[in-house]
Design a protein around this ligand. Sequence first.
Ligand SMILES: Cc1cc2nc3c(=O)[nH]c(=O)nc-3n(C[C@H](O)[C@H](O)[C@H](O)COP(=O)(O)O)c2cc1C
Length: 409
Amino acid sequence: MTPKEPAPATRSTIVRRLSRSLDERAATRLHSVEDARRAARRRLPAVVYDYVEGAADDEVTMARNASACAGVTFRPRMAGGPFEPRLDTTVLGTRVALPVLLAPCGLVRLLHPDGPAGVARAAVGRGTVSVLSTVAGSPVEDVAAAAGVPMWFQLYAAGGLAEADALCGRALDAGVEVLVITVDTPALGNRTRDVRNGVAPPLRIDTRNAVPLGFQVLRRPLWAAQLAATGLRLSTRGAGPAGHGSGMLQAVASPFSWGDVAHLRARWPGSLVVKGILGGHDARRAIEVGADAVVVSNHGGRQLDGGPATLDVLPEVVDAAGRDAEVLVDGGIRRGSHVVAALALGARAVMVGRPYLYGLAAAGEDGVTRVLELLEWEMRRAMLLLGCRSVQDLGPSWLARAGDGIPQR
Ligand SMILES: Cc1cc2nc3c(=O)[nH]c(=O)nc-3n(C[C@H](O)[C@H](O)[C@H](O)COP(=O)(O)O)c2cc1C
């Protein structure tokens, strides 16, 4: 008797179990965000890796983010005796175990079948918050149910205010309490790598790119098998034209006005965050229309190339916000010490984008958890070596300043 072929369901269960144990092992091999980046590069087809890693035009702004983080000079204080640094804080009233939130990112579902739900679960598991992008690839209802709250929702609405209202209504019904409006995307940035790979929207798979894309996928059998076992569903419900990923990317261009933000503020009962602020003037505008927090962000360098590094404009935004709003920052943060520096410059908390995407691509939900653990360990160690007992004690005096004779930011 010849053994029966396993039924398709059984086969996919086997793939899922196998991939789970591979992910668990892969996560333990990550010892830094850079390790996660390299592992993601090995697991993903080049076209998907480039989508994550790439930025706009010549990627100048992305490089500025990285050099601003690397360019911080600390002023440590020695012989403080033994202590256990406190990393917990509150962000918009929610207590978080560490001041690192997961930034909203589109097409997350493309990286690993654990997708946005896995990201949200990892954040909850480490005592922090994730922000679901409108175009993450899974409906807000499903992710909120899988992860439980707290989860924040980031809004794009290429279809205008009617679409924005509908999306906000769904997020609210799903239990989301914090709405994040991204204001730096009136048009999609020119992502050179995507253009070169033939996948910039509008995406067209034709004879010119089908063969190279097919080869890239064949060279990444684990990624292909994992996605095949669960099926690649990129939900665009309510987030633009239904269909493939390209439709979703076209759905992001959201030319919000301050009037639109005020309109949404009047309807949203929870906290409101405006993401994509790069100066004190815009921070004040956001606060005037009712923002409870702003995120100093240049979208990881994926929008306007040539703009400033976020850490360089953070102090100006912190000054402008005063006590009227909390200030978060993202862009280029790859080490716990970068988080410490951002907090010393006045941020309440940071967000990370690519670091957790690398973790997800490298090892699924376990990889996201691992990246959060690494940042937490690194932060704890940096605080110990700095001699600072609590994130509440961080401020500019922990950094080199003009006149110190030490290079500073
Ligand atoms: C692949 C990718 C997709 C992104 N998608 C979104 C999005 O849908 N909405 C949004 O507000 N920001 C989006 N961002 C920007 C992130 O929220 C965040 O601002 C940025 O990644 C921070 O920089 P970092 O990657 O250096 O940490 C995306 C970033 C990446 C890398």
